[in-house]
Design a protein around this ligand. Sequence first.
Ligand code: UDP
Length: 337
Amino acid sequence: MAILVTGGAGYIGSHTVLYLLEKGEEVIVFDNLQKGHRKAVMKDVPFYEGDLHDSSLLDTVFSKHNIEAAIHFAANSLVGESVKDPISYYRNNVSGSLNLVDRMVKNGVKKIVFSSTAAVYGEPENVPIQESDRTQPTNPYGETKLAIERLLHWADQAYGLKSVALRYFNAAGADPKGRIGEDHTPESHLIPIILEAALGKRPHVSVFGEDYATEDGTCVRDYIHVMDLADAHYRALEKLKSTNESSVYNLGNGKGFSVKQVIGTCRSVTGRTIEAVASPRRAGDPAILIASSQKARDELGWIPKYPNLNQIVEHAWNWHLNHPDGYADGGSDDGLK
Ligand code: UDP
């Protein structure tokens, strides 16, 4: 039986595909390649380039392969962009997922692991954040992910579609073996931006706000290794198969690092000069986001293998150093040679 991975050519999706292949799973990738990279997926994996609104292509995939479950990453995922263009976020994320769920139900595929986000919480009530805390997104991106979680809840009631929603905190790092990594255009995430500055591709790193109510005044985030996220998806799928019960989990390290601490770690890992420039706050950034992942640890037996920020940055740096132009410098198959 195969697993359909939508958005399997994206950053977290491609690392999960690699991880599933290493576990011996049969994987089918579906991606529109708007943000993803064909080279992030090994050549011999069945690959469908298409949009989630394309019902006939989805039906073809479901009829051609014996698909048991989907892992659904395909989405737009930039907070700032979602504020500027909510219609495209609702269309791509909510309406695209609605169509995927519709085609899954029609084709009798009743298990889905869904890529959700810490952004569903909005300004947190508690630190660390628990799954039962209030969900009140402060931007359209978080709203669309929460809307899909609610759709999945009702699809379980109505059609018996079982789901696990995984709410990620800050995904970071790269394949420890250096085959694939993070390549976004434009890049907006802190660690790759700092590493681009280390490579001289940017003059400096802008620190968005130094007047937050945190120890050094900069925002604190919970960085989790992308391969640990991949492992959580695999475990979520195993749990769906064995219990056939829907659930929701936070995925984070449970530890927070400030922007200044992350820059310090990147300086020490890379040994390069990295200039940091104080800049205004970025709209919509909460001061502190830290996950309680106790539920995932207890129920999925998930224990992050790379909890150390140094190691997360080392793996990201290894990829950036060998691929200064991202996938333009090669991809998963090159790395395997
Ligand atoms: N950040 C920053 N400079 C940058 C990019 C990000 O100071 O060039 C900060 C951002 O304000 C946030 C943290 O780094 O507090 C992590 O941001 P990122 O975009 O990586 O992830 P997010 O927390 O938004 O999911």
